[in-house]
Design a protein around this ligand. Structure first.
Ligand code: GLA
Length: 390
């Protein structure tokens, strides 16, 4: 097997995927590839407003073992989805409301075929360790891993940004979530030990070093996320309504002064949604500078304000996520930052924690969260990793 396909993932995941493939298909895979999940440090619900985000790819992701087929059939074995097998033809792709996970493969390949009609089928084994539905982009890492596999299997000329756009199309046009570009782009183009400031308007990006002594500390609140897609799509619509009021293509083009001076003409709920987006864009830019200058105090303030804005103006947090942020924030003070991360309505909080404080923060979470909210937290110590197409 070619080493270049597999250099970034943990040996166990590769070996597991390879072994499962051999059992399922009675032959060795041609390749094993990997795409990471992500955590967003700051800049949530800004990507679909042409704004700024600051995510990092993480050392949890989706691994795929694959080989080509002569026909048009794609046969997928999903180890982590009850070991289900899905089989479909590339010439007849339709939505599956029984095996929801398979729609990520189908939607991705339907969008890929439009650009690369030359592809044929494949045998695939999928396994991953991104907690599903936790706001760490298990689905984007799945889409990007599929695209990486087909790119390698059929030697496609597919660059990371194109791959990200194809993954996003799968979500928007097939799965039914009107998500932005952040998750797919960081999974494709993330840089080891760096976060990425991404301008979601022109898709230009800048790598931002994560200071050595800060740990990417993630806690899953384990709140089951409900109504995520419908609430998410509603937030997007609300933002678009305000942009339309101002006669611009996206909220990126509205300043806070313009918004405030139009306050009495805008419904209160729409005003709050727009205020979040506009202020969050500037916090993402502030945090980029603060990361570059190792200015933890400014990161701390920006992350705190971001959480409050997502809680009160954008209304996408839950009391459990707010509770976790309080528990961690109390320990960190100005020495680190903490906020919810991702789409919200449950899922994870992210903290930038000085290495010397990690144990203290972990103890606080373990001692207080379950007692107060009746849910067991899962803690992940992450590192920033390389994207699949970088
Ligand atoms: C989800 C979406 C992203 C982004 C975040 C919120 O993760 O997939 O595009 O909008 O929510 O920042």
């Amino acid at each position: 097997m070619n080493q270049q396909f597999i250099e970034q993932e943990s040996v166990e995941q590769q070996e597991l995927a390879q072994l499962l493939f051999e059992v399922q298909f009675k032959l060795s895979p041609e390749l094993v590839c990997h795409a990471p999940g992500r955590v967003n440090l700051i800049g949530d619900h800004t990507d679909y407003n042409d704004g700024f985000v600051l995510p990092a790819a993480i050392n949890y992701g989706t691994t795929i073992a694959a080989s080509v087929r002569e026909d048009n059939i794609v046969k997928v074995y999903a180890h982590d989805c009850d070991e289900q097998i899905n089989k479909f033809s590339l010439s007849d792709i339709s939505f599956d409301d029984q095996m929801m996970w398979s729609n990520y493969v189908k939607g991705t390949l339907q969008a890929l075929i439009k650009k690369h009609p030359e592809i044929k089928g494949a045998n695939l084994v999928v396994t991953g360790n991104v907690p599903q539905g936790a706001g760490l982009s298990s689905s984007a890492s799945f889409e990007i891993a599929i695209l990486k596999a087909f790119t390698q299997l059929y030697q496609l000329d597919l660059k990371g940004i194109e791959a990200a756009l194809i993954g996003q199309q799968a979500e928007n046009n097939f799965v039914g979530c009107n998500c932005g570009i952040m998750d797919q782009l960081i999974s494709a183009m993330g840089q080891k030990e760096h976060a990425m400031l991404l301008d979601c308007r022109d898709l230009s990006f800048e790598d931002a070093p994560i200071p050595d002594d800060l740990t990417l500390f993630i806690v899953n609140s384990n709140v089951k996320r409900g109504l995520v897609d419908s609430e998410y799509n509603l937030r997007r619509q609300q933002c678009e309504q305000v942009a339309e009021y101002f006669g611009v293509s996206a909220l990126r083009d509205v300043t806070i002064e313009q918004l405030i001076s139009a306050k009495e003409h805008i419904a209160p709920v729409l005003f709050k949604r727009a205020r979040h987006v506009i202020t969050e864009n500037s916090r993402a830019l502030t945090t980029l500078e603060a990361l570059k200058n190792n200015d933890i105090a400014s990161i701390s303030i920006a992350m705190k304000e971001s959480h409050i804005s997502l809680r009160d103006d954008f209304e996408v947090t839950t009391k459990e996520m707010d509770g976790l942020v309080d528990i961690i924030g109390e320990v960190l003070g100005a020495d680190g930052g903490v906020r919810m991360t991702g789409g919200g309505f449950g899922g994870c909080v992210v903290a930038l924690v000085p290495s010397v404080m990690v144990i203290q923060v972990e103890n606080a979470v373990n001692n207080k969260y379950e007692k107060e909210y009746g849910l067991k937290p899962n803690i992940y110590h992450c590192t920033a990793t390389q994207g699949a197409f970088r």
